[in-house]
Write a new protein. Structure first.
Length: 320
């Protein structure tokens, strides 16, 4: 049984970190609201980091040109060839894999991979985020749970065969047997992974069969990486925590979606030890980010607990 850490990991106190440094490689997926992306980017920019931007092929040309022009003033910026990313399709996983591969192939040394959407925002400064990762160096952060035991209502995503077209997932499906001797896991799309974890995902021959199978599953981005890391020879430390603050709310047939934060959610955003939050929209509330910035440079503390996957906390929800 593979061990994972449950819940929060070590906090820190600014000023007590050894004189070393952590470099982060960010992959940011953008498909709308370019001004929201600019706010995010300014908040996470540090010249020691690297930034890979993926602009969805469905975004209009003006958005892409606006963002590229904005980024010209910064260094260590790269643009990933855009793909048509379909919600619920494997194309989301493929964009993540392409991003990891691109970042690994750069002539650059970085320690951690973090993926974000263009409507995310950091709850702590880069200084604090880098110090947190330095103190917890070697640990990867991703939501993980046994899919069959904890979220059986989502098993149809992997037990049925789905096909992705240009703009949607095909309505025609059929049953199929899941991968032999593989336990399916689920969690969420958002990750903070060590470089060695990304190297394993991109180079291990064990991963190919998962790519082949999950190509025809539904909402693979919430389960592909978890299932790979828990069913292969990967030896790194996994923390069952993606460090994201999200409030899930009902939304018709989708059942749940991330709430757009307003000033009424400030208390929620100020508690806990999250590093990032999603999602934000200035058209809904253009002041909430200003309120967040008040505690931007405050360090946080947390406790740590070790357990096996059988006892992972189940206190989170995702799209069904």
């Amino acid at each position: 049984m593979k061990n994972v850490y449950v819940g929060e990991s070590n906090g820190h106190r600014v000023g007590e970190i050894p004189k070393k440094s952590i470099s982060i490689a960010y992959l940011i997926l953008v498909h709308r609201l370019p001004n929201q992306f600019k706010k995010l980017f300014k908040a996470i920019y540090d010249s020691s980091n690297f930034y890979l931007i993926h602009i969805d092929k469905k975004a209009n040309q003006e958005i892409g040109e606006d963002i590229k022009k904005f980024l010209q003033q910064y260094k260590n910026i790269h643009i990933l060839d855009n793909e048509n990313v379909i919600w619920g399709g494997y194309s989301m996983v493929q964009a993540e894999l392409n991003g990891m591969k691109y970042l690994l192939n750069m002539d650059a040394k970085w320690d951690y991979f973090i993926n974000l959407s263009g409507q995310d925002y950091p709850l702590r400064s880069q200084k604090i985020i880098q110090e947190f990762l330095l103190e917890n160096n070697g640990k990867s952060y991703i939501k993980i749970d046994n899919q069959e035991k904890v979220r059986p209502e989502t098993m149809n995503r992997i037990e049925n065969y789905f096909e992705e077209s240009e703009d949607k997932i095909s309505d025609k499906t059929h049953k199929r047997g899941f991968m032999k001797d593989v336990i399916p896991y689920i969690g969420g799309q958002w990750m903070i992974l060590t470089r060695s974890c990304c190297e394993f995902i991109n180079s291990s021959s064990e991963v190919k069969k998962f790519e082949d199978y999950y190509l025809n599953t539904l909402i693979a981005d919430e389960s592909f990486f978890q299932t790979v890391l828990m069913n292969t020879s990967f030896k790194g430390t996994l923390i069952n925590d993606d460090k994201r603050a999200i409030i899930w709310i009902p939304d018709g047939d989708i059942k749940l979606r991330p709430k757009t934060f307003t000033k009424n959610d400030l208390a929620f955003l100020q508690k806990g030890n999250h590093l990032f939050a999603r999602k934000f929209d200035d058209n809904v509330d253009n002041k909430i980010i200003d309120y967040i910035n008040i505690q931007y440079n405050e360090p946080f503390k947390a406790t740590i607990k070790l357990n096996t996957i059988n006892h992972i906390s189940t206190g989170f929800n995702h799209l069904n």
